[in-house]
Ligand binder design. Structure first.
Ligand code: NAD
Length: 491
């Protein structure tokens, strides 16, 4: 596929100390519009010296920002939330432009960013300290202090929301941040920075350094960075976790996923079929919470037939966007071809899809594959496209045992009318986020987001209450002002 060159957006620049700046990168990557297969901008692959500059700006901003009371810090996020809502048309357009999501999905992403800000605004209430008189006249208290300069490394699939998983909480808690967005989707982050500046965020509190592997390695090695959050594939999550922790930083690294939906024969057929299809095809299957394996238990063909009808009615380009790149389209189609060769039955085939007027776009139609066995690569590896494989199971125990063998553990769900079956799956699924009659069991604020196993490395979660411990250091203070308090072992 040949790319059409356009100059729709100027070259992407780093954002350091409150301004867009030149960089030391000697290499660039093209940025594509995946629906058109056209080049829309260029992103620099920043050097270690660019990371140095961002760390220096963040360090300079840290004393002032960390000493600003939290009730004042969160005022920025009240205003930022309002700006996200006011500018939703433009922000959603940017997401669609660089990631390919259809408009309704892009808008939902921006609204989710607003919800994340809402949680950050509640942090003064949630982090109010603990205090207790532990013996006569002696008081213990715990206070949360910011970690310092931190970094957030993000993937391509949510250009607006995933940066906002970390920016509001980390910054409201007093940290200064370096954001390293995915080089595939660098546009949204620049607008996020501008809106935060408009909301009153002081210069240097948020900095953006664009780039790829080399830039991430410089972040992992930089002595001025105290903590790193990472969201992306398991392969890179492991690299960042190892390299960051070996440099004595705190690291929380969220990885890839293979999410199982267990469908029982008693499940409500209409709700289940539409929810399962929405889970596998939403955002073109490029969500870490997308279902990619359906464990069809017992006689569930009446539900599968409905899914086939829904999937056949979906029009790529209208109901489902493209995948991120030509390479992703090729990879996803290769998985389908291999499964077919191994004896799986393609119920609906999305390979080779062309959208009229967007013939260069990276579209894969929604695909359903039956008679898949747990040993096939397509059943085990993350495909990250609009593909659902169906594995037959005789009962819920067999279905759960397939889920438990996956090295991942982001999400799992069960569709059933039975409370006992639901409870069995909730207890036994080896995943950090479990749903009952929910296709995408994302916990909404104030609950935290985070998987298990190869889907997350490190302690804590990335959003909600679970993120507070990651973004702060607790100080335990013991005081005595009463001279008559007496003498004991802790005097
Ligand atoms: P990716 O791992 O390729 O890239 C993520 C980040 O790592 C990017 O910023 C990229 O520049 C950087 N990077 C890439 N290769 C690197 C290397 N060798 N060394 C150092 N840094 C490197 O992920 P992606 O393709 O952008 O995103 C899709 C993946 O993210 C999927 O696996 C998906 O499941 C996962 N994801 C997980 C969650 C979650 O919450 N667990 C959420 C969203 C996405």
């Amino acid at each position: 596929m040949s790319a059409i060159e356009t100059t729709r957006y100027p070259d992407i620049r780093n954002y350091i100390g409150g301004t867009f700046v030149e960089h030391d990168a000697d290499r660039y990557l093209d940025v594509f519009n995946p629906a058109e297969g056209s080049v829309i901008s260029r992103v620099p692959l920043s050097a270690a010296s660019d990371v140095d500059r961002a760390v220096a700006a963040a360090k300079a901003a840290f004393p002032g920002w960390s000493q600003t009371p939290i009730k004042e810090r969160v005022q920025v996020f009240y205003r930022f939330k309002a700006l996200l809502e006011q500018n939703i048309d433009e922000l959603a357009r940017l997401v669609t432009e660089e990631n390919g999501k259809i408009d309704s999905e892009a808008r939902a992403e921006v609204l989710k960013s607003a919800e994340l800000c809402e949680f950050a605004c509640s942090l003064p209430q949630i982090t109010a300290g603990e205090v207790l008189e532990v013996s006569r006249g002696v008081e213990c208290r715990v206070e949360h202090f910011p970690v310092g300069v931190v970094a957030s490394i993000t993937p391509f699939n949510f250009p607006n929301m995933v940066p906002n998983w970390t920016i509001p909480n980390a910054i409201a808690l007093g940290n200064c941040m370096i954001l390293k967005p995915s080089e595939l989707v660098p546009l949204s982050s620049g607008r996020i920075a501008e809106l935060l500046r408009e909301a009153g965020l002081p210069d240097g509190v948020l900095n953006i350094v664009h780039g790829g592997q080399e830039t991430v390695e410089a972040i992992c090695d930089h002595p001025g960075i105290e903590g790193i959050s990472f969201v992306g594939s398991t392969k890179v999550a492991k690299i960042v976790y190892r390299r960051g922790t070996s440099n004595f930083k705190r690291v929380l690294a969220l990885g890839g996923a293979k999410n199982h939906l267990i469908v029982m024969p008693d499940a409500d057929p209409d709700m289940t079929s539409s929810n399962v299809v929405a889970s596998m095809s939403g955002c073109a299957g490029q969500r870490c919470m997308a279902a990619s394996v359906m464990m069809a238990v017992g006689k569930s063909d009446h539900i599968i037939d409905r899914m086939v009808n829904i999937v056949k009615s979906m029009v790529p380009g209208t109901h489902i966007g493209p995948v991120i790149s030509a390479a992703a389209k090729e990879r996803i189609e290769a998985y389908i071809t291999e499964a077919e060769k191994m004896g799986a039955k393609i119920l609906v085939d999305g390979r080779g899809y062309k959208v009229k007027g967007k013939e260069n776009g990276y579209f894969v139609g929604p695909t359903l594959i039956d008679n898949v066995t747990p040993d096939m690569r397509i059943a085990q590896e993350e495909v990250f496209g609009p593909v659902m494989v169906i594995i037959r199971a005789k009962d819920v125990a067999e279905a759960v045992s397939v889920q438990q063998k996956s090295p991942y553990g982001n999400a799992a769900s069960v569709f059933t009318e039975s409370g006992g079956v639901a409870r069995y799956v909730m207890e036994n699924a080896s995943a950090g986020m479990v749903g009952v009659n929910v296709g995408v069991p994302v916990p909404r604020e104030p609950f935290s987001f985070g998987g298990w196993n190869d889907s997350k490395f490190g302690v804590g979660d990335i959003t909600g209450r679970g993120s507070i411990e990651f973004w702060t250091k607790s100080k335990k203070m013991t005081t005595k002002w009463n001279k008559e308090a007496g003498v004991n072992w802790m005097s």
